[in-house]
Design a protein around this ligand. Structure first.
Ligand code: ASP
Length: 296
């Protein structure tokens, strides 16, 4: 049994400071807090990193607090388009979907691509058709309750809307296996058909056993250009940097390009890092030594 299994979650980075004085931050923190303890206990009882990451991301997709799953808002054509990816660090296998409209859980669709096809990434209408064929739970567009308009206290003008939001989980389990899972509705008010970093292995999501598992959130165009998640892994593997230094340096390369956001990562010893360049990032982490839940 690995001595220090670890789970790290994020619910997106952005201008969360503007929610100060509303219940939104504390509500989301309470949600993350109980989810964190529940999935960490699963880990201690022997659940695999895969099971824990899927459970955590499904719950965050359903909760409506974050811009993923149910909380997603529509693209410019009025349709919610979801992106997600799942990477297994023990095999370097990845499954991903982009611009899909049907699944209740885009992360399950990504995982089905990994486990049930020979492909890495399926997109658009044909991916939706595959999701039906897989027998995954589907929803109609009415099911989505965009998190940016939930509740009067949260309503803000278009100019104040955060440009982004996503959910992610990185997990090191008792066997030493590492996975990363990320799911998003994309950037708010995105152009229909636009795909960000979330479903792209190495950009928004990456995992490699004995090195690191990474999930990113933020302005995806910049995370794509910085190949941010893979940069974290390569800095650790090739330069021998700690997870703290490697995530900070990868985030810096995003910021240097003009982007913003955050990164969560766990290394093979159960050390984690959660840097962000925005005013906040919904985040939660637990290992044998530390437990943190925060928004700002
Ligand atoms: N990275 C996501 C995207 O660009 C959005 C986010 O994380 O907030 O689609």
């Amino acid at each position: 049994m690995h001595p220090n299994p670890c789970v790290v979650l994020h619910g997106g980075a952005g201008n969360l400071a503007r929610y100060q004085g509303t219940t939104r931050l504390t509500d989301a923190e309470e949600f993350l807090s109980s989810l964190l303890d529940s999935v960490y206990n699963d880990l201690l009882k022997g659940a695999s990193a895969t099971e824990v990451a899927l459970t955590a991301v499904r719950a965050m997709e359903d909760c409506g607090f974050f811009h993923a799953g149910r909380g997603s808002s529509p693209a410019s054509n009025g349709v919610v388009e979801l992106d997600a990816s799942f990477m297994d660090g023990s095999t370097l296998r990845v499954g991903a979907v982009a611009s899909v409209t049907l699944p209740r859980h885009a992360i399950d669709a990504a995982y089905a691509v990994l486990t049930r096809t020979e492909h890495v990434l399926l997109v658009g209408a044909e991916a939706d058709a595959q999701i039906r064929d897989f027998g995954l739970e589907t929803v109609s567009q009415e099911w989505f309750t965009p998190c940016d308009i939930l509740g009067a206290a949260w309503e803000v003008s278009s100019a104040q809307l955060p440009p982004m939001g996503t959910v992610g989980a990185v997990v090191l389990d008792g066997q030493g296996n590492m996975v990363a899972a990320t799911s998003t509705g994309g950037t708010l008010r995105k152009t229909a058909g636009r795909v960000g970093d979330t479903p792209i292995p190495g950009a928004g999501t990456f995992a490699k056993n004995n090195v690191v598992a990474v999930s990113c959130t933020g302005h995806g165009e910049f995370f794509l250009r910085a190949v941010a998640a893979h940069t974290v892994a390569m800095r650790m593997e090739l330069l021998g940097e700690t997870v703290g230094t490697a995530t900070a340096m990868a985030l810096q390369s995003v910021v240097t390009l003009g982007g913003s956001g955050g990164i969560i990562a766990v290394d093979h010893r159960g050390n984690y890092a959660m840097p962000f360049s925005t005013s906040g990032m919904y985040r939660a982490a637990r290992n044998s030594r530390q437990r943190i839940v925060a928004a700002l």
